[in-house]
Design a protein around this ligand. Sequence first.
Ligand code: PHE
Length: 452
Amino acid sequence: MDTKKSIHGEWSSRTAFILAATGSAVGLGNIWKFPYITGENGGGAFVIVYLLCVALVGIPVMMAETLFGRRGRENPVHTMAILTKEANADEHWPYLGWMGMIAGVLILSYYSVIAGWACGYVLKAIDGSFFGVDAQGAKNLFMAFTASPLQLLFWHTGFMVATMFIVARGLSQGFEKSIHFLIPGLFLLLFLLVGYAMTTDSYFQGLHFLFNPDFSKLTGNAILVALGQAFFSLGIGMGAVMVYGAYLPKKVSITETITIIAVADTVVALLAGIAIFPIVLSNGLPLNSGPGLIFESLPIAFGNMFGGWLFGILFFVMLVFAALSSSIALIEPAVSWLVENKGMERGKACWYAGGVTWLLGFGSALSFNVGADVTVFGKTFYDLLDYLTSNLMLPIGGFCIAIFAGWMMGQAHSEAELAMAKPLHYQAWRLLIRYLATTAIFVVFLSVVGVV
Ligand code: PHE
């Protein structure tokens, strides 16, 4: 198995893998979702729990998912089948690959709708809609935009077509290129926004909200949301990282690369928070504005800062690109499964997987306007899908990955894949994956169900 290479080819270099995996990790999750759920869940204490989840559960599970991919070298379902055989484990383990594929499609269906908002905002930035806008103006702009089913469906469709076009072109031509300028560009613009946030009169209040924990605000559900967000933001628990791992050359250190990616991902989220909350607070916007938070707050910054017209355009263009590089990762498990297990030609597989995802997206797009009152358990279609995927499917996927890596897979095998320089480091990973990651996810679930 050691010499086996993925049938899709391999990354041209370690940097190419880091860029692509960072492209998958950094997306709407960092810039759109992290700030809004932090706002909804009370700030500092939530952020600390989130950081702990990334460090103690997210990184070890991400390493496990990568090593599965590199060892199996196929789509998640096949990879799990290969590893199950090698480990002599129960024949049901490949279902883990299945669940991931489905989670990817479900997530992309609403992800594409939100990415569509970012597309719409590129146009708004260009036509000067943000000029001199105040809090009420930005809110009106957002409300008018999301109230239109046609506009949301139009942009959702455009975004899905772009995603499927890139995926249909295959691995290396498709994504390695765009990410080179994307991540550095995003960092620059986020720094610029932080610079603007410093000029508002609520900069320190924003920092205080983000970093000063008030544990009395922390609910059991908030802890589950933080855990789910760690999985969502790193892009783990659903097989995307497994697919990327399958393309990873043997000599590259998994520990190092994954740590770099996770740190970059977390820094982007924190920067987004540092930029957004001072703007939100200084303009008297509610912290719990929900999914509209960045769309209601950032236009105020662009509309009132020097060079804001250009920066606004650049920001939303980059957000669209960041979303694209994540979307590719979300759909790739399903596409590679259709190609490898169903013998479909890649273009056709893209049509099928993309078509289903696109149709599902209608439910989310409409839940922000005409379907806003259609709720199940008090949740709209979008809320329900988000809860199901981020808070249930990804953590359950992560739990299973941890159990398989820690308890099913032979120690010699995971040790060989991780190839850590110091035996102590490997022992630390093994302890985290066997005991801490599994227990943490389990306890969070129990506490939400109300048993603990
Ligand atoms: N990590 C991506 C983001 O933060 C979303 C994603 C989730 C990508 C799961 C791949 C897999 O936007």
